[in-house]
Design a protein around this ligand. Structure first.
Ligand code: AMP
Ligand code: MN
Ligand code: MN
Ligand code: MN
Length: 292
């Protein structure tokens, strides 16, 4: 038996469905031993998650998924083992959340122009007090008010470039995101690199720059990669001497790419990002002891 490790998940503090406490219970039910809560641009779920994780016997990793603009594209950088109290990280994330509100106002104005009224309030109704506002909340508003068939159609017809609910937005820089994470004592990971459609030249540039900034790993096995992409990104990691991470990117029943606890193992040429994490070494030792 080996540890079930999931280093990417969302609660309703960002755009997941479950509360942080419910998410931990869900992880326990799905036999996840180690879970990182990585809400978009917000760490306020970590405190409750930590309490709940203790009572369920789940090892919680403090995480975050930071929205970044790199060469006019949006990328996501996951931070693992972060210290949410580190001031530059805290104020950086605060600024991103303020930007999210400004962007939401812009998105609503765009929708207003095509006759979709009230989407700002509508979207905020699906967001948590003190959490973030995201395209997912607009999607829930559009679907639940019958203006779009489903999530997929929203992300095809409304909230993407060239469509009425799209609003150009500048997120954090790659350097800021990595510096906040690493400065707080954590490790920076490029989330689902296969989703960015970068092309080989830009992917190589990104990996070079990310490594030079102090980035540690890329997600190789994720709910948003195909099996071929596991192999492809294991090769990139190897090429750059970066470690590999894995995570379901769970957002809740029906809206996730993958259920928790169902990830295949990392390809054998990968160095797992948790290789030298003491809490995981200790858990592994306990598992070996138990199986004797
Ligand atoms: P935002 O950070 O506000 O731009 O929202 C991005 C979130 O929307 C992602 O984290 C996903 O959860 C969700 N999302 C993005 N693209 C899609 C898609 N094509 N289908 C469903 N959900 C999506
Ligand atoms: Mn999301
Ligand atoms: Mn993401
Ligand atoms: Mn995510």
């Amino acid at each position: 038996m080996s540890l079930t490790i999931d280093l990417h998940s969302h609660s309703n503090i960002s755009d997941g469905v479950l509360t942080p406490a419910e998410l931990i219970e869900h992880a326990a039910m799905h036999k996840v031993h180690v879970l990182a809560l990585t809400d978009h641009d917000d760490t306020s779920g970590l405190e409750i998650a930590a309490i709940e994780a203790k009572s369920w016997g789940v090892q919680l990793i403090n995480g975050v998924e930071i929205s970044v603009t790199w060469k006019k594209r949006t990328l996501h950088i996951v931070g693992l083992n972060i210290n949410p109290e580190y001031t530059p990280l805290k104020t950086g994330l605060e600024a991103i959340r303020t930007g999210r509100h400004v962007r939401a106002v812009g998105m609503a104005a765009g929708l207003d122009k095509v006759g979709i009224k009230g989407s700002l309030d509508g979207a905020y109704r699906y967001a948590q007090e003190g959490g973030i506002i995201s395209r997912t909340h607009f999607a829930r508003f559009l679907v639940n008010s019958g203006l779009a068939k489903d999530n997929k159609s929203v992300f095809k017809n409304f909230l993407v470039k060239g469509k009425p609910g799209y609003f150009e937005h500048e997120w954090a820089s790659l350097a800021d995101a990595v510096n906040w994470i690493v400065g707080s004592g954590g490790q920076a990971v490029i989330a689902h690199p296969g989703r960015y459609d970068l092309g080989r030249t830009n992917m190589l540039l990104l990996l070079e720059e990310f490594r030079a900034l102090g980035g540690s790993a890329i997600e190789v096995v994720t709910g948003s990669h195909t099996v071929d992409q596991y192999v492809e990104f294991a090769k990139y990691a190897h090429l750059f001497g970066l470690k590999a991470s894995q995570g379901s990117d769970y957002h809740g029943k029906g809206i996730s790419y993958m259920e928790m606890g169902r990830l295949p193992a990392l390809p054998s040429n990968c160095i797992p990002i948790w290789q030298d994490w003491p809490e995981i070494r200790a858990l592994e030792a306990m598992l070996i002891e138990d199986s004797r």
